[in-house]
Design a protein around this ligand. Structure first.
Ligand code: SAM
Length: 296
């Protein structure tokens, strides 16, 4: 069989199994082994770990990860790739492939079920890794974070522009609800930029690898996490508007009460959400959780 990490090898396997890459499933396969190795290395997966891979494709990264980790459980939605993976991953007895849509998968149950390593021990850490299908990057990431699936890290290839948004500090043009959410749950390392030419077929945009370390404890103290995310959602819902306008209506507050909320938190009402730090969003949420703002 041809080499998995070359366009020729991918074509040869495709021909053998009558498989054609599907754009609608974000199937851009990695053809640069140094990038594959950089992802596996930056994931910090060790022989005592279980790695859950999202979207193994033809298995190029799965095979490299199987050597570094105790076990790899790969979740692939495309049933046409399953017989291919069976063949390409045959030399790796510590790999399990699950044919499922990651967005519908019960990840905590999968982790529970897969935790036992081939050597009979329980995985020390569970790590997530993947060259993500770009059409669903944000839903996948938010699912992993919000469902608190109990993993130590998430190492993913995403569109470069999404990686920049995730890592953006307050005040940056690209700072938004996704930045706040990921920064709330994780510490972020930007690993590397990956050019279009590292994939077959080549995507239209450049990509980047980021390594997210799940925080043991959030960076801000909150009375209600739900209110925190409501402030973030409403603030960025109309990001061009001033906070005074964008937040009016939150927690049923009228315009005057929203002004008081901002004033109580020492936040200038003409500022915009993209300038607020996590601490400032937390201050708003915590003030909202207290009584005394409804002045109607
Ligand atoms: N890991 C391979 C590589 O780097 O060459 C393939 C990466 S490719 C960008 C994304 C993979 O995710 C494809 O194999 C695609 O079929 C799979 N995929 C797309 N949507 C998915 C979903 N909802 N659940 C699981 N896998 C999905």
């Amino acid at each position: 069989m041809g080499k998995l990490h070359t366009p020729g090898g991918i074509r040869e396997i495709g021909k053998k199994f009558d498989f054609h890459t599907a754009k609608r499933l974000g199937q851009n396969f990695l053809t640069d082994l140094s990038v594959v190795d950089q992802i596996v290395e930056s994931s910090q997966a060790g022989l005592g770990d279980l790695v859950i891979e999202i979207g193994p494709g033809m298995g190029v990264m799965t095979a490299r990860t199987a050597v570094a980790a105790g076990k790899v459980t790969a979740i692939e939605v495309d049933e046409k790739l399953i017989p291919i993976l069976k063949e390409t991953l045959a030399p790796y007895p510590n790999v399990v492939v699950i044919n499922e849509d990651v967005l519908k998968a019960d990840l905590p149950a999968i982790i529970e079920q897969e935790r036992l390593l081939p050597d009979g021990t329980l995985a020390e850490q569970v790590r997530i890794l993947g060259n993500l299908p770009y059409y669903i990057t944000t839903p996948i990431l938010m699912k992993l974070l919000e469902e608190r699936v109990g993993v130590a890290s998430i190492t993913i290839m995403v569109q470069k522009e999404v990686a920049q948004r995730i890592a953006a500090p307050p005040g940056n043009r690209t700072y938004g609800a996704l930045s706040v959410a990921v920064q709330y749950f994780c510490e972020i390392d930007y690993v590397c930029t990956v050019p279009k030419g590292a994939f077959f077929p080549a995507p239209r945009v450049d990509s980047a690898v980021i390594h997210l370390r799940l925080r043991a404890k959030p960076p801000v103290e909150l009375i209600s996490e739900k209110l925190f995310f409501e402030c973030v959602k409403k603030g960025f819902g109309q990001r061009r508007k001033t906070l005074h306008n964008a937040l009016t209506g939150i927690g049923d507050l009228d315009k005057e009460a929203t002004g008081k909320l901002l004033q109580d938190c020492g936040i200038d009402p003409v500022r915009r959400a993209e300038t607020l730090s996590l601490d400032e969003f937390a201050a708003l949420a915590n003030r909202l959780a207290e009584p005394g703002l409804h002045i109607r």
